[in-house]
Design a protein around this ligand. Structure first.
Ligand code: PMP
Length: 397
């Protein structure tokens, strides 16, 4: 049966980690990852998560199935985090939220939903975007086109190019937007730019699909949800795919959510029935543990405070690493890397060419993605000097 099966290429970023693991050089650094590492190069187990896990273990419960759309306490806490505690949309019952298998699951369930309910097959994603966006929407049956996003020469957003491309889209097309901490570039819209984009989407009848996988990693929980809050105030339908993988450091628990905003509570209920049918036919219902952890933390005033403190620590550590790297590169006369400090979130398009990335790997055992994307959170005060020196060497040519 499988005699003629074609081998498809593996994920390039996971392949990078395999090469890194096989590298015997002791000073090796993996900047290619998409994970937040702490100062010791480890994935943190947050104190709030540890504490709720202890509490839940003392009060261990049987593991029945969750409802198709997940743990109600989790879904409600998620809505509040995304739309705000006092959101009039939540009060009006206009948002239906379903726990999903990570942010990836939310993207796929959302894509399946929209291909079924909307009168379009087109989704526009930023160029570049997280690799899996194209694949997920393509697998759901969408034609994936891209819109201009990054200006490599200026190391930042090409806002005019973005607007021009969005204006060219056919009415009703879906537009995928990164709410904050754009992966892979680190280039985000300002609040003013968001307002222009939101107006354009509304005026042109485009359907926003917001992906928020790094809430709290740039400015804060509320600030990083600006795009969602803005769209929520504009009397539009849209969807949000969210993830706690990074903000709770719960990658393997696969905790995400799909939230759909409809015009009124009646529509929201009908849409939710469609979401549930989609989930039912893929994995039936989500898993219990990760959602119990997140809901337990968010619904306990004390643990929530601990979590917010830890999220702040992660955010501030990233900012400090950005500043540290730029300062050291400056001191080494490597050229102008100040843009790294202006970029947001875990990632930075460093501006390094493929050849420079190859040199970093071959000469210094420093691994980065071929596009020049580096994970700032994989730096530490311990490897910063080494990385800065290496980058300065290859940047000087
Ligand atoms: N969207 C973006 C922009 C991401 O970077 C990621 C994860 N790297 C995801 C979605 C998927 O999140 P999860 O790991 O929770 O599936």
């Amino acid at each position: 049966f499988f005699a003629n099966v074609e081998q498809v290429p593996g994920d390039p970023i996971l392949g990078l980690t395999e090469a890194y693991n096989a590298d015997a050089r002791p000073n090796k650094v993996n900047l290619g990852v998409g994970i937040y590492y702490d100062e010791n190069g480890r994935i943190p187990l947050l104190r709030a998560v540890y504490q709720i896990e202890q509490q839940l273990a003392l009060d261990a419960k049987p593991r029945g199935y969750l409802p198709i759309d997940g743990l109600a306490a989790y879904d409600q806490a998620t809505q509040k985090l995304l739309f705000g505690e006092q959101s009039p949309l939540l009060e009006a019952g206009r948002v239906s939220t379903s726990q999903t298998i990570g942010g990836s699951g939310a993207l796929r369930v959302g894509a399946d939903l929209l291909i079924k309910l909307l009168d379009t097959r087109t989704v526009a994603i930023s160029n570049p975007s997280w690799e899996n966006h194209r694949a997920v929407f393509g697998a759901a049956g969408f034609d994936v086109v891209d819109y201009t996003y990054f200006d490599a020469a200026r190391h930042g957003l090409d806002f005019e190019g973005m607007l021009a491309d969005l204006r060219k889209l056919e009415r009703g097309s879906v537009v995928l937007l990164h709410a904050c901490c754009h992966n892979p570039t680190g280039a985000d819209l300002t609040q003013e730019q968001w307002r222009v984009v939101a107006e354009l989407l509304k005026e042109r009848g485009l359907f926003p699909f917001v992906d928020i996988a790094y809430q709290g990693f740039d400015k804060g929980i509320e600030e990083d949800a600006y795009a969602i809050r803005l769209l929520a105030g504009m009397d539009m339908d849209f969807v949000v795919a969210s993830s706690y993988s990074k903000s709770f450091s719960l990658y393997g628990e696969r905790v995400g959510a799909l939230s759909v905003v409809s015009a009124d509570a009646k529509q929201a209920k009908a849409v939710q029935s469609q979401v549930k049918r989609i989930i039912r036919t893929i994995y039936s219902s989500p898993s219990t543990h990760g959602a119990a952890l997140v809901a337990g933390v968010l619904n306990s005033p004390e643990l929530r405070q601990t979590w917010e403190q830890e999220l702040t620590e992660m955010r501030e550590r990233i900012h400090a690493l950005r500043a540290g790297l730029v300062g050291k590169l400056n001191a080494l006369g490597a050229g102008d890397f100040s843009f790294i400090e202006r970029q947001a979130g875990m990632f930075s398009y460093s501006g390094l060419s493929r050849a420079q990335v190859d040199r970093l790997r071959d000469e210094f055992a420093i691994y980065a993605v071929g596009t020049g994307r580096i994970c700032v959170a994989a730096l530490s005060q311990k490897n910063l000097d080494y990385v800065a020196n290496a980058v300065a060497t290859v940047a000087r040519g």
